[in-house]
Design a protein around this ligand. Structure first.
Ligand code: NAP
Length: 334
């Protein structure tokens, strides 16, 4: 069977352009023993993919995996042929074989999950009930931000991770401050009724000082870079940071120097702790048991920005860095 996939032509420097990608016809072939063929319904567009596109990782110094090869990343689809007992024809699966119309999965691939299409629309398995949702839930849980009076700040809060992190923090009884870059996003956040919403372009530290004069107790960081530096200045004594992502620096050509005010770690006894989704994969059952019912009954809300056709995937990806998405950015395949 001939199907299309997206490949990286060369390593982008700075913000990628659509010319950094090409769409290629490939023969998917027949599944080997232990494999299954999946027709994808949606492919996931995720900021982390930028880190796999550099010729040399800016910090780790190792070559990235993706140049000249098909892009990997999340996708959800239906099994159309199987030679493994793990998946039957008709099963819906989430996998990491990425930006392809049709994928061959199995072997020693990790991150493959069968999903229940009755639980929620299958697209949510890439967003609020998928890897980004798990990350929000697990990151927040690390610090158990319980209690009235606790102030939590979430950046990129109208995005996939941020919108769930903010809603879960509010459900834990915290006072939640959020920011987003566009009026429509801030309107949506205001509708959720979580707490004050601001435009980070107008200055992060000043606005946090005004909204939380006693300091922010917990920062859920999706942005990194200068944004993180400003928030460190606005944290309360023993404030904490969930380091989830750093989208503001993913396109940097040189490795970023990092916050210039790390002395605050000891003067304010701050804690910064990272969260990585793949480390928490085994927690999917617990995560879904808690969050899926909240999504189903509407107590947790989510949005999706859907573009159509695999050829739109590169532009959708580039759009993440300009804030083109409200909620999860997805590519729907016919
Ligand atoms: P997302 O928030 O749905 O989309 C990205 C959003 O980031 C954009 O819509 C934009 O919103 C905002 N943004 C882009 N450039 C920015 C900048 N320079 N300053 C401030 N905001 C900026 O993406 P997501 O999938 O939920 O991911 C959010 C973050 O979590 C990313 O950093 C991602 O890499 C990270 N992440 C980490 C893990 C993990 O395992 N640690 C897992 C998933 C995601 P505005 O319009 O508001 O600017």
């Amino acid at each position: 069977m001939i199907a299309r996939e997206v490949r990286l032509v060369g390593a982008p420097r700075g913000l990628p352009t659509v010319d950094d990608f090409e769409i290629v016809d490939v023969d998917v072939g027949e599944p080997l023993e232990g494999q299954a063929i999946v027709r994808n319904a949606f492919v996931s567009v995720d900021p982390f993919m930028r880190m796999t596109m550099s010729d040399v990782h800016p910090v780790l110094g190792r070559p990235a995996a993706e140049v000249g090869r098909p892009l990997s990343g999340g996708a959800v689809g239906q099994v159309i042929a199987s030679r493994t007992a793990a998946f039957a024809e008709g099963d819906w699966v989430v996998h990491q074989a990425g930006w392809r119309e049709v994928s061959c999965i199995g072997g020693d691939d990790d991150g493959i999950r069968t999903i229940d299409p009755q639980l929620a629309p299958v697209s949510t398995s890439l967003g609020v009930l998928g890897m980004p949702g798990l990350t929000a839930w697990a990151g927040l849980r690390m610090f158990e931000p319980q209690g009235e009076g606790r102030t939590v700040y979430v950046s990129a809060a109208a995005g996939t991770v941020g919108s769930l992190a903010a809603q879960l923090a509010a459900r834990h009884g915290c006072r939640v401050l959020t920011s987003a870059g566009a009026p429509a996003k801030r309107d949506w956040l205001a509708e959720l009724g979580l707490g004050p919403v601001f435009d980070y372009h107008d200055g992060v530290r000043e606005q946090l000082h005004a909204l939380a004069p006693s300091g922010v107790d917990l920062y859920f960081d999706n942005v990194g870079g200068r944004h993180l530096e400003e928030v460190l200045g606005a944290l309360a004594f023993r404030g904490r940071v969930v380091a989830c992502g750093a989208i503001s620096v993913y396109n940097d050509v040189e490795a970023s120097v990092g916050p210039r005010n790390l002395d605050l770690l000891f003067t304010k006894e701050l804690t910064i702790r990272g969260v990585r989704s793949r480390v928490h994969r085994h927690e999917y059952p617990e995560f879904l048991a808690e969050v899926a019912p909240l999504v189903a009954d509407g107590s947790v809300r989510y949005e999706e920005t859907i573009v159509h056709g695999l050829e739109q995937a590169p532009a959708a990806f580039i759009g993440l860095f300009a804030g083109a998405n409200l909620g999860k950015m997805l590519v729907a395949l016919a």
